[in-house]
Design a protein around this ligand. Sequence first.
Ligand SMILES: [Zn+2]
Length: 205
Amino acid sequence: MHLVPTQEEVVALLEQTGALRRGHFEYPSGLHASEHLQVPLAMRYYQHAKTLSVGLSRLVRANPEIRAMIPALSIVAPATGGLPVAYGVCEALRAHQVYWAEPENNRSGAMRFRQFLEQVRGEKVLLVDDLLRTGAKLSELKRLVEANGAEVVGLAVVVWQPAPDGPDFGSLPFYYLAKLDGIFYQDAPSCELCKKGVPAVKVRV
Ligand SMILES: [Zn+2]
């Protein structure tokens, strides 16, 4: 395994652990897809968790501006899938701290931090998650971080699985170990797999 695992090594690791499945999947949003990814299934194993999070940390560290911030850098993740990645990246970087946001209870998509967590104005934040697909969670997390006066300096995910109409994070540095070009369809009527009569598996996330 390379110090930064290659795309092929990451995909092989995801397949071996059952984290990456191929077939016909229906998401709660109505999207249909030919691949389904659950990075936490790969993060079950500490060796793999270390390979992925250390590899990701090396990509981040290669950015000289972020490298200069590391002693004061906060690693912030959406719960729960981002947590093992965030801890692995923080440890590998020797960054300042990790904390995370959780969904509010009202199903609005809004997130919040734990009570009494205080962000410092101007605090430098690296957003970390296992996966960027629709980008809804990281967009909400970025909004939350910035609403509290902190500054997002970059994004890092294990896998980038671009979905239609993904968000635009502008010029923010964005790091990923593997990019998966699964085929996404906006809905059942436009889905080629549905047209072929392939049974769809409903997935929860
Ligand atoms: Zn379909």
